[in-house]
Design a binder for this molecule. Structure first.
Ligand SMILES: Nc1ncnc2c1ncn2[C@@H]1O[C@H](COP(=O)(O)OP(=O)(O)OP(=O)(O)O)[C@@H](O)[C@H]1O
Ligand SMILES: O=C(O)C1=C[C@@H](O)[C@@H](O)[C@H](O)C1
Ligand SMILES: [Mg+2]
Length: 187
């Protein structure tokens, strides 16, 4: 069904979709946020890996990025059409126009934004990101930021998560969700 045919849903019933660059904390913060909200958690990359029975790196290596993106769009559709949850999206998921349209209809999108220097340090911990492999992380992330920030900027909420611990990022997102009317006000 095209995204436009889906009934718009109230903000309090929407899935919370975290978007932003690789390494900004979508997975690790998203899992904690879901626990805090008492919602299920799903990770786009994990779901793609489960569907393909291979790692993101292997999908890129064997089939190329465009196949990965097609699979990513299918997984995002399933996650966004399903019950309310917190979703950590893959860093490139929001670039797909269909996924964006579904997000608009079904989710509250939260752009997690952090200084590139911090993100560059974090992504060096694991070599699981094919778009960064063999490249200077700060330079590669800078190029991705240039191309993607205008897209991420279309998110419903922008939360700066620079520097702090995971718990601080969760708090910052909770405050933004509250201000947006997604959560009941807390005392
Ligand atoms: N606020 C934070 N404080 C400390 N470490 C963090 C914070 N956010 C993320 N990290 C660490 O940075 C690394 C990358 O985080 P994470 O995997 O959650 O990012 P991601 O946005 O899901 O990236 P990807 O798009 O590659 O899946 C992890 O080692 C994580 O523990
Ligand atoms: O930013 C991206 O394009 C990517 C981010 C990761 O989450 C993975 O989806 C993959 O490594 C591609
Ligand atoms: Mg992740």
């Amino acid at each position: 069904m095209p995204a436009n045919d889906l009934e718009p849903i109230p903000v309090q019933e929407r899935t919370i979709a975290l978007v932003g660059l690789m390494g900004v904390g979508k997975t690790t913060v998203g899992r904690r946020l879901a626990r805090r909200l008492g919602l299920p958690f799903a990770d786009g990359d994990v779901e793609i890996e489960a569907a393909a029975a291979m790692t993101v790196s292997d999908i890129f290596a064997r089939y190329g990025e465009s196949e990965f993106r097609a699979g990513e769009a299918r997984v995002m559709r399933r996650l966004l059409e399903g019950p309310r949850k917190v979703v950590a999206t893959g860093g490139g998921a929001m670039l797909n126009p269909e996924t964006r349209a579904l997000m608009k209809a079904r989710a509250v999108t939260v752009w997690m934004r952090a200084d590139l220097s911090i993100v560059a340090q974090r992504v060096q911990r694991r070599d699981t990101r094919p778009l960064l492999r063999g490249r200077d992380p700060l330079e590669a992330l800078g190029q991705l930021a240039e191309a993607r920030y205008p897209v991420y900027a279309g998110a419903d909420l922008v939360v700066d998560v620079t520097g702090g611990a995971h718990a601080e990022a969760v708090e910052a997102i909770m405050r933004a969700l509250e201000a947006h009317g997604v959560l009941e006000s807390r005392p």
